[in-house]
Design a binder for this molecule. Structure first.
Ligand SMILES: NC(=O)c1ccc[n+]([C@@H]2O[C@H](COP(=O)([O-])OP(=O)(O)OC[C@H]3O[C@@H](n4cnc5c(N)ncnc54)[C@H](O)[C@@H]3O)[C@@H](O)[C@H]2O)c1
Length: 246
């Protein structure tokens, strides 16, 4: 088990990819703290995996500070891993750049960009105290290939990639590694609303053709949370079966 006894906090873990990641990390021996806005689903996922659950609203700075404080009590001030998976990831595509509501744009940035910045900031001292702290940010390959009709989301995930690089340099002296993964389109509940043509585009143009399940990218994420992954700090890894090459 590559994550035995490592304390890892996963946001957005109630459902979808976050729950799949949590399941893999639990199987690798991690001591998990799951956090999400969805309290009932989050508690159910945590119970299934023998994990702790804490509620958080990533749009609210005070809620993020509160989460970090409670997590610190659970891991005695030493956090080995943080997975920033919580995001507004569904229901915001399919419209052009001039159809996006200003309030929706702001909310996506608040949660996906500011939320990621504040989560790492709130956990930084705990990650440093670990001696081998690792952060994995969920980006998206849509920001690499310039997916159309998804502007607020792609802009937010591009910002997550930039933050990954800058955070890697700011936290590197304390041996905290910060990486990002950029999945393609996965067979999750969140992508059910995406038109079939976009699913087909991925399935037919990837080096490994066909649909990609969320469980197919969790091995890579688990590895990025190990002590041995520090040399990858600052990197953005497309985990999309070869749909885009970086
Ligand atoms: N599914 C994909 O194809 C895909 C592809 C690329 C990247 N991603 C990324 O993976 C992550 C998970 O996506 P998913 O597909 O499972 O989507 P999802 O919508 O099922 O999951 C997102 C999770 O984040 C939580 N969340 C949303 N707003 C929140 C807030 N304000 N505070 C706390 N939690 C909040 C949701 O409750 C949910 O559990 C996201 O960062 C997404 O951008 C997913």
């Amino acid at each position: 088990m590559i994550l035995a006894d490592r304390h890892i906090l996963v946001t957005g873990a109630a459902r979808g990819l976050g729950a799949e990641i949590a399941s893999k990390l639990a199987a690798e021996g991690a001591k998990l703290i799951l956090a999400d806005l969805l309290v009932e689903e989050g508690k159910a996922t945590a119970q299934r995996l023998g994990a702790q659950f804490l509620p958080v609203d990533l749009a609210d700075p005070a809620s993020i500070s509160g989460l970090a404080g409670k997590a610190s009590a659970l891991c005695e001030g030493k956090l080995d891993g943080l997975v920033n998976c919580g995001a507004i990831a569904t229901g915001i595509g399919g419209i052009t750049y001039d159809e996006i509501d200003i309030d929706v744009w702001d909310k996506v940035m608040q949660v996906n960009v500011r939320g990621t910045w504040l989560m790492i900031r709130a956990c930084a001292e705990m990650l440093k105290a670990s001696g081998s702290g690792r952060v994995v940010n969920l980006a998206s390959d849509t920001a690499l290939w310039g997916a159309p009709r998804l502007m607020a989301y792609t802009a937010s995930k591009g910002a997550v990639m930039s933050m990954t690089r800058s955070y890697a340099r700011e936290l590197g002296p304390d041996r905290v590694g910060v990486t990002a993964v950029a999945p393609g389109i996965l067979t999750t509940q969140s992508t059910e609303y995406v038109p079939e043509a976009r699913h087909q585009l991925y399935q037919e143009n990837s080096a490994v053709p066909g649909p990609q399940g969320p469980e197919e990218i969790t091995d890579v994420i688990a590895f990025l949370l190990t002590k041995g992954a520090l040399t990858l700090t600052g990197q953005v890894l497309p985990v999309n079966n070869g749909f885009v090459f970086k």
